[in-house]
Design a protein around this ligand. Structure first.
Ligand SMILES: Cc1ncc(COP(=O)(O)OP(=O)(O)O)c(N)n1
Ligand SMILES: Cc1ncsc1CCOP(=O)(O)O
Ligand SMILES: [Mg+2]
Length: 226
């Protein structure tokens, strides 16, 4: 059991939780993108409120990712959407990104804070572990991410989470929590009601049959829990 640790519930939060009555959308890029992805991203971002976009490209070196990043970062900054780099503190620094998302093997949140500065948004994967989430909070993360909640083809996942971990976290701590993994407009409501501050979504938006704008719009009815 890992639920017997305690943590000061007042430790500071920087990732904007927004109003508790609302959950926000956090878009994650497809693992591979085409040359025209900036236009596809713009279509998604213009379709409805998106709080953050994570650049998560797999199988490419940092130079290649850096070359693709600029128009995507611009699309985000023009719309006041946080631009988060996956996996790499050094790439986030190089790009001047708004933040970095770190998996358990991707680096130390404290190091990210030192390198990226106090304003950077640092997110940490916590799988289905209360212990990891409390560690991440203590290490100065701006949000903790739980998942995968549902089957997904975007990533081979080793951990499955239950919605109750969102309720447990959001009742005890001010630090925002992100839900990820196979989330769609049809299954996401239970996560919003359980207490997710953000739904992190990839496939359901980028592979929506009517395009990514329709993908974003389809989430709108879920996000208000008032
Ligand atoms: C918001 C969010 N949550 C979890 C992850 C997964 O990160 P990680 O465990 O490092 O796996 P990869 O994304 O690197 O395959 C994420 N990227 N974003
Ligand atoms: C990156 C990641 N981490 C856990 S599940 C997942 C994939 C999210 O993509 P999708 O929304 O398509 O399941
Ligand atoms: Mg990672």
């Amino acid at each position: 059991m890992d639920d017997d640790l305690t943590l000061d519930p007042d430790f500071p939060a920087r990732f904007d939780r927004g109003q508790r009555s609302r959950c926000q959308l956090y878009l994650v890029s497809p693992p591979r993108i085409t040359e025209d992805f900036a236009e596809i991203l713009a279509e998604a971002l213009d379709a409805g409120p998106v709080a953050a976009f994570q650049l998560r490209l797999k199988g490419l070196d940092e130079h290649a990712i850096a070359r693709m990043a600029e128009p995507l970062q611009l699309a985000c900054s023009e719309r006041d959407v946080a631009f988060i780099v996956n996996d790499s503190i050094s790439l986030a620094k190089r790009l001047g990104a708004d933040g970095v998302h770190l998996g358990q093997g991707d680096g130390d949140p404290r190091e990210a804070r030192t390198i990226l500065g106090p304003a950077a948004q640092v997110g940490v994967t916590c799988h289905d572990s209360r212990h990891l989430a409390m560690e991440a909070g203590e290490a100065g993360a701006d949000y903790v991410a739980f998942g995968a909640f549902f089957p997904t083809t975007t990533k081979e996942v080793l951990h499955r989470a239950e919605p109750s971990i969102l309720g447990w976290w959001s009742t005890l701590f001010e630090l925002p929590c992100v839900a990820i993994g196979g989330i769609t407009p049809d299954n996401g409501r239970i996560l919003v009601e359980a207490g997710a501050d953000f739904l992190a979504v990839c496939g359901a938006v980028w592979t929506h049959p009517d395009g990514p704008g329709a993908g974003v719009r389809a989430f709108a009815p879920l996000l208000d829990r008032s």
